[in-house]
Design a protein around this ligand. Structure first.
Ligand code: NAD
Ligand code: UD1
Length: 336
């Protein structure tokens, strides 16, 4: 039996594939390469000494997905495939809804045809919206402020309704907080197209001199130093949460949403200072206006992950930043 990993050549997917291969699992990857390349798979093979099966296909293409399920004996799916740029999602919302929502529905329909009813979904802390106060708990009301977040929330609704309609489904929706870091080998990491939107890729590109200076979006929040606070989670810890989730599917019918964070908050300036200390690089920054849609503080309550999955984060901020820096400084142009 194999695990199907959609979006497996991307940032979180490639780190998860490393952990799965090292655990001895057989892995089939489907990715349309819209935001990644197969170079990550060469690196995964270099790290693990093992091969996975790669199929270039779009999850929206039911014919192609049927062939994948026909040709491989799939036990469970880890579903990373999706578009994730918040700003872009406000410009081309239909594309985001088609890819992320219709694509997931198409995948679920093909899974139903082949009687594969176990899935782990990549959700996001963005589903908690703007109105909840951290620590964020899975039972809090959800909402979304942009089409990307809405697409995650819509898929969660689809998954809850599906599980209610058919007790054979086991579904875990992992709500990631802020994934950062890279594999300790320095061979794989986050490789954003164009100017990064997220803090860590931006800071690391300033540190290697690809970008001139960081804009710190607001220093007048009610936080430790006025800058935004987030729950950063090492991508390898996040990858390991997926391995635990796949195991938990067997004894957890229905649909369960689970936060994947550390439970700790770190401010933008704390990140910048830690990055300077670890890299030795200069990180020029200027204080800019708040970014629309941002809130002051976001961090998880991570108890459910521990109670249900037996998972907790093991890597601290020093590891997250040292590993980000190793990846960025050894691969200043990503995989190119
Ligand atoms: P990524 O862009 O590196 O990986 C996503 C992969 O999915 C890419 O390789 C892309 O080519 C592929 N893909 C996109 N649409 C596809 C389609 N229709 N068919 C086949 N493949 C397709 O992103 P990531 O950071 O690894 O994120 C993985 C998942 O986790 C995404 O669903 C994302 O929304 C979610 N997520 C990410 C973060 C984050 O900060 N990185 C936070 C919360 C949730
Ligand atoms: C953002 C998205 C969120 C998505 C998440 C992971 C927005 C409003 N939210 O969350 O939906 O799930 O990424 O992909 O885009 N910052 C700077 N300068 C920068 C970049 C960021 O000061 O150049 C600050 C932000 O204001 C924030 C913190 O750094 O306080 C983290 O930002 P980011 O990495 O973009 O993550 P989120 O805002 O948590």
């Amino acid at each position: 039996m194999s695990l199907l990993i959609t979006g497996g050549t991307g940032y979180i997917g490639s780190h998860t594939v490393v952990e799965l291969l090292e655990q001895g699992d057989d892995v089939v990857i489907v990715d349309n390469l819209v935001n990644s390349s197969t170079k990550s798979l060469d690196r995964v093979e270099q790290i693990t000494g093992k091969k996975s099966v790669f199929i270039e296909a779009d999850i929206c293409d039911k014919g192609a997905m049927r062939r994948v399920f026909n040709d491989h004996n799939i036990s469970s799916v880890i579903h990373f495939a999706g578009l994730k740029a918040v700003g872009e999602s406000t410009q081309i919302p239909l594309h985001y809804y088609h890819n992320n929502v219709s694509g997931t529905v198409a995948l679920l329909e093909v899974m139903t045809e082949f009687n594969v009813k176990n899935i782990v979904f990549s959700s996001s802390a963005t589903v908690y919206g703007e109105n909840n106060v951290s620590p964020l708990v899975e039972t809090m009301p959800t909402s979304a402020t942009n089409p990307y977040g809405q697409s995650k929330l819509m898929v969660e609704h689809v998954l809850f309704d599906l599980a209610k309609s058919d007790p054979e489904w086991s579904i875990i929706s992992l709500r990631y907080f802020n994934p950062i870091g890279a594999h300790k080998s320095g061979l794989i990491g986050e490789n954003p197209n164009g100017i990064p939107n997220n803090l860590l890729p931006f800071v690391s590109q300033v540190a290697v001199g690809r970008l001139k200076e960081l804009q710190v979006f607001g220093d007048d929040y009610d936080t430790v130093d006025g800058t935004g606070v987030r729950d950063y989670i090492h991508v390898v810890d996040l990858a390991k949460a997926h391995l635990k989730a796949v195991i938990a599917l067997d004894k957890l019918p229905g649909c369960t949403a689970i936060n994947i964070g550390t439970g700790n908050g770190t401010s933008v300036l704390q990140i910048v200072n830690k990055f300077k200390e670890i890299s030795g690089a200069d990180i020029p920054y200027k204080i800019s206006p708040r970014r629309p849609g941002d809130i002051a503080t976001v961090f998880a309550q991570a108890n459910i992950a521990y109670d249900v999955l037996g998972w907790q984060a093991e890597r601290g901020l020093d590891d997250m930043i040292a590993d980000t820096w190793r990846w960025q400084s050894e691969n200043p142009n990503g995989f190119d």
